[in-house]
Design a protein. Structure first.
Length: 229
């Protein structure tokens, strides 16, 4: 029964993308409008990305809780995709602090179930609308270990910064053991084939230290303040 339910939900979402274009445009506009209205005024927010499949006993889940709590204690709002795993961990770490713990939930046929640690929750049907909210309201990204969705967010943000569509922001890969293979491939194959430049890799920071994450974000916040003067 579960498989049929998931398949039906999946078909509904796919059919929506192929449905009546006029109504689809109205739904898209309404999602943008709600997102901009409810997140207006949000400042100094950090977005977390990572696997929905990691459980509370996983070391990276526990480190995500620690990092989010540390950032929240220094007045950074926390944004996640609103689901389980690393997203839940990030919201959990921020939930009892003063800055908001925000979840940008997405309708999916499986995996995505809103976590209970959000004090500001938005629901999206379209990935691209949700992505705009991450980009618009984040002053830093933290990529914990994850799968295709995490990689999608990682490379999209890199592309936007590389092409100067957004100002550079701290993009931190947390967990050097997990990310090392990808970094080695980028440093060798992509450089060798000249599909990126060596300088492009400066957009990425790698660490295993929650305190270093905090220091990077505080330094960037101070830089932002100086730019406003």
């Amino acid at each position: 029964m579960t498989v049929k339910h998931n398949k039906a939900n999946s078909l509904n979402i796919i059919d929506d993308l192929k449905g009546d274009q006029s109504w689809r445009i109205f739904r898209i506009i309404s999602e943008f409008t709600e997102g901009f209205e409810r997140l207006s005024g949000l400042d100094d927010a950090i977005s977390f990305f990572g696997s929905a499949r990691l459980k509370p006993d996983n070391a990276y889940y526990q480190q995500a809780v620690e990092i989010a709590e540390l950032l929240s204690q220094h007045n950074f709002a926390i944004i996640s995709g609103g689901g389980p795993g690393i997203m839940e961990a990030a919201n959990k770490g921020a939930y009892h602090q003063k800055p908001p713990s925000i979840g940008l939930n997405i309708e999916l046929p499986m995996e995505q179930k809103p976590n209970p640690y959000q004090n500001l929750s938005l629901d999206f049907r379209y990935f691209f609308v949700r992505k705009v909210m991450f980009v618009r309201y984040s002053m830093g990204y933290i990529c914990m270990p994850g799968g295709f969705g995490t990689l999608d967010e990682l490379f999209e943000s890199l592309t936007l910064m590389q092409t100067h569509k957004i100002y550079p922001i701290p993009l931190i890969l947390f967990g050097s053991e997990f990310w090392q293979g990808l970094l080695d491939w980028m440093k060798t194959t992509l450089i060798q084939y000249e599909t990126i430049s060596v300088k492009d890799l400066d957009l990425i920071k790698v660490t295993d230290d929650p305190q270093e994450v905090l220091n990077i974000m505080i330094q960037h916040r101070e830089w932002k303040k100086q730019q406003r003067l």
